[in-house]
Design a protein around this ligand. Sequence first.
Ligand code: PLP
Length: 432
Amino acid sequence: MSLYADRTFLIDTENAFKIGPQIRALEAQGHKVVKCNLGEPDFPLPAHIREEVKRQLDLDNTHYTDPQGILPLRTAVAKQMSETRKISVTPEQVVVFPGGKPPIGLSQQVYCNPGDEVIYPSPCFPIYESFIRYVGAVPVPLHLDATRGFTFTAQDIEALITPKTKLIYLNFPSNPTGGLADRAQLEQISAVILNRAQADVRIYSDEIYENIIFDGGSHHSIASVPGMAGKTIIASGASKSFSWTGGRIGWAAFPTAEEAKVFTNLNINYFSCVPPFNQEGARVGIESPESCKTIAAMTKEFQRRRDMVVTALNAIDGISCQLPRGAFYVFPNIEGLVERLGIDAAYASLPPETQRLTTPSTLFQLFLLYRWHVAVLDRKSFGRVGSEKMHFLRISIASAYDDLAEGVERIRKAAEDKSGFMDFVNEGAHLS
Ligand code: PLP
């Protein structure tokens, strides 16, 4: 009998966290690492939210609370979602979670039987794919085309829908690509889903970057398309909008109150409830007009960094980078560099057992980390299935402007350092 259950190693991970110890080890050796790995806004928690959390602590609001989420927060979420999506959402449909992440995997546990198919964009937030095999479902990646702004058409998704399609993940604005969907596109995608998918299909619309949109653009939710609210889970949270990743507050509105009760029971089983003082802080974040100002200032700064980073990356021979329209990542294509630096040839020369654990973009990512001390992520960190021959990096722009400028300068130098790269590969210490 083996120690671990068979499913244990079917779950994947989020490399943005996993490389933390590697970064800390380099820092302990005295290196200054430019950290562009985590999707964590580098702004402080806005004062009006912080004050409310402190006030709640002083009121001793520190005990168990409603496992579905406190009613004032669910009411605020329902109101905000109803107004912004032009649909009717009630507090009974809303469930609060410790962050935007938990409802992603819980949805697969609730909706998917073994053999059911899950469609998800690729590249994507890795947790969508991570859970699929763990619950015995079948991954169906919807590969996004960089030349089309990392969006997809109705025809693209139509080709993937089968009678077994149970869950479809959407994420606009998108991590890692910054892609945005317009209303017409969501209407076309909806028409296909309504025509082709089973009536009980669920769309998991991850809208956690709903407030971080550049160039005056606006957020559209698939739930706003007639006929879709009854099939769509709208997920969002406090981590990105309020620069509050440590608050661990996220929420989702389910198509029915009955489904919300099913998720509430999972909350009871896993963690009972979410800290009430932080829930009150999130309520203030949603309700206070101050939040518009802090979000606007943060987004303006992200846009300034985006413009600098994308321009600098596009000046590097072998790299081409789209302008993201939202969120706070850039996702350059490094195909030319993979060829120019001999990364593909180095990969081809590795023993098969090492090749299985790495990719060309992983080799460059690790070269950047260990030799040039810039922490970015490789393509496979954002969906593995079918991505082996795709060469991209994700650079989070949620670091200070000057640090990012330094980071891109190091990437430029690394892109010229062919002999350093060969040494790094020959040394063989950090190839996967
Ligand atoms: N969804 C997407 C698309 C994300 O990028 C993230 C975090 O990076 C999350 C969900 C999870 O957010 P949280 O930190 O609130 O769990």
